[in-house]
Design a protein around this ligand. Sequence first.
Ligand SMILES: N[C@@H](CCC(=O)N[C@@H](CS)C(=O)NCC(=O)O)C(=O)O
Length: 228
Amino acid sequence: MLQIYGVPFSAHTRKVIVAAHHKRLPFELSQLVPLTPDLPEWFLRASPLRQIPVVVHGGRTIADSSVIALYLDRVAPERPLYPEAPDDYAKALFIEELVDGALAKHVLHGVLFQRVFGPRFLGLTPDRDLITRSLEEHIPLRLADLEARLEGDWFAGAFSYADITVASMLLNFHYAGEQVSRDTHPRLHALLRRALLHEPFATALRAEAPAARGLHDLDTHLLDELGY
Ligand SMILES: N[C@@H](CCC(=O)N[C@@H](CS)C(=O)NCC(=O)O)C(=O)O
């Protein structure tokens, strides 16, 4: 059984939860909030950056949502997360890199942490300049790039981990009180809805929605719109 440590409304934990549903792997989610002070020793050894998710599977402890997905495709190759064709494989990996390596810090730290998690869990005052720079400079550049790279229904041929990564991050952008506009980003707007209604996401979101709403400070309009 796959053990996933994290929280369901974390963009990176959700990637792994959706991946497990996509692969139809049974899993158990154990709540682990990275901002709490007394994190267990085994977690800090596995995840020196103190980030979720971490999984435990077959006696192995593995951190990082990308590493976990590549590992899962090796140990459970049916219903792969990454495309087989070399071009699509490279495309999927690069989209994931654009999101996790560039967009993520502006959405998660620049906006969501400032508005919700910092004040809520650490009693911090939001850094308004950082929020403004994230929303006006950094995020628009990255969204424009993703918009230009989406040519069909999915980023790399069929539904893949690239789509899971993009949709998971954009859902958290909405949780932060923002939205991907249909006027400026019509393809991403449609992709987000297509992905979130796709079965592996739907299963994950039916379980996540009560927890997300229970936090009160998250903007859950997109979940409402999609009927979760
Ligand atoms: N590259 C990592 C990033 C994970 C990540 O940023 N996790 C966030 C939650 S979505 C986290 O643990 N943040 C707490 C922190 O950075 O202190 C992955 O893909 O798993």
